[in-house]
Design a protein around this ligand. Structure first.
Ligand SMILES: [Zn+2]
Length: 66
């Protein structure tokens, strides 16, 4: 289970984590954020998730300060 937030269709809710950073409503891979327990992922999934998160951070670094 993961929480997804999609900037494309404004989806904000929980859905099963399928190993990919994809909006469960519209299927977009762009502008999607997900919060998922790292312990729920395999190592390969975790690597892919981190890579996707890094990519998003570069594309949307003006969205939220940290
Ligand atoms: Zn969406």
């Amino acid at each position: 289970m993961a929480r997804f937030q999609c900037a494309i269709c404004s989806y904000d809710g929980h859905a099963a984590w399928a190993g990919e950073l994809v909006c469960p409503r519209c299927g977009s891979t762009i502008g999607v954020r997900a919060a998922v327990g790292i312990e729920e992922m395999t190592e390969r999934e975790a690597d892919a998730f981190e890579a996707a998160a890094d990519q998003l951070a570069k594309e949307a670094d003006d969205e939220e300060g940290e």
